[in-house]
Design a protein around this ligand. Sequence first.
Ligand SMILES: Nc1ncnc2c1ncn2[C@@H]1O[C@H](COP(=O)(O)OP(=O)(O)OP(=O)(O)O)[C@@H](O)[C@H]1O
Ligand code: SF4
Ligand SMILES: [Mg+2]
Length: 330
Amino acid sequence: MTEPEPLLSVRHLTTLFEVNRKTYACALEDVSFDVYPYQTVGLVGESGCGKSTTLLSILRLLPPNARLSGQVFFKGVDLLSLSEQQMRAYRWKELALIFQSAMNALNPVLRVDEQILEAILLHRLMPREQARQRVHELLDLVGIAPQRGRQYPFQFSGGMRQRAMIAMALACSPSLLFADEPTTALDVMIQAQVLELLKDIQKKLGLAIVLVTHDLGVVAELCDQVVVLYGGKVVESGSVDQIYNSPQHPYTQKLLESFPDLHHPSSTLASIPGTPPRLTELPPGCRFEPRCFARFDRCRHEAPPLRQVAEKHYAACHLLEGKSPNAGSI
Ligand SMILES: Nc1ncnc2c1ncn2[C@@H]1O[C@H](COP(=O)(O)OP(=O)(O)OP(=O)(O)O)[C@@H](O)[C@H]1O
Ligand code: SF4
Ligand SMILES: [Mg+2]
């Protein structure tokens, strides 16, 4: 059987933010990963490691002080080579985003169904009556009774508002949905419902999803592939099984240890000592070196490349040198 082509291939994506005329913050460096059709990829890492920047770079929704390089192939087209006008044909219609803290982004003075209607009319050539029908379908899809769509956002609970935002993101039937921490602001029960909804929608619509979260339980539950970021670099990527059962990078190992066992919620939460590096003063060697329990001299001055350690399993650590099955790199 032939291997399907990736829907999205991110290659060597590097994002700098100009802080002042002489200083740049390197938010992402040489980030590469693939998203295959119908798959969910989890993007994980501590706060500030570049998760949101990755999504916003792919969608080219960054502020003017950002400088992007690398390639982002979507269905074979490099999105970074497109003009802003060409890029607009992809945003929302092919690639949709549920923003971090999206549920507070609804317009408080417009009824929820009107807001979804506006989103459809803005992006799609569809007559108003047909668009109204589509609003009903979308509300139904996300589990909101159409008559409740007549209400204002303040009459909605947090979970309902997040459902409405998901409906809005799906308005133009995208093939790839980016969801940035879609459940963090919700309480645990509601989080589970919203995640179940995403899973459901993915099955029904045959979407691919890139899910940003710091919750490894959510990743285990929902994702097929995992990309672990540290200090703006990919330190490990692989299938959920590879990452959870055979983590290769010391950071991934610590991240998994620091997460309470899904099946033993009372187990103690270990934390990783230290903090991630400052992006304006990045160390020349491995970015995890100051916090790494396995570091040795070379780590301080030489950055480890992302090496293949098994089929579609990559990790960036000097300890893995010579372990690669065929010394491939992404
Ligand atoms: N416009 C900007 N100018 C300068 N630095 C920025 C800008 N936007 C983001 N950054 C920096 O880039 C780094 C990555 O930020 P990003 O928001 O992608 O992290 P994150 O992994 O999404 O974190 P969190 O889990 O807290 O949402 C941070 O150090 C942040 O301060
Ligand atoms: S390269 Fe060195 S410091 Fe970095 S993760 Fe590997 S052992 Fe630790
Ligand atoms: Mg973020």
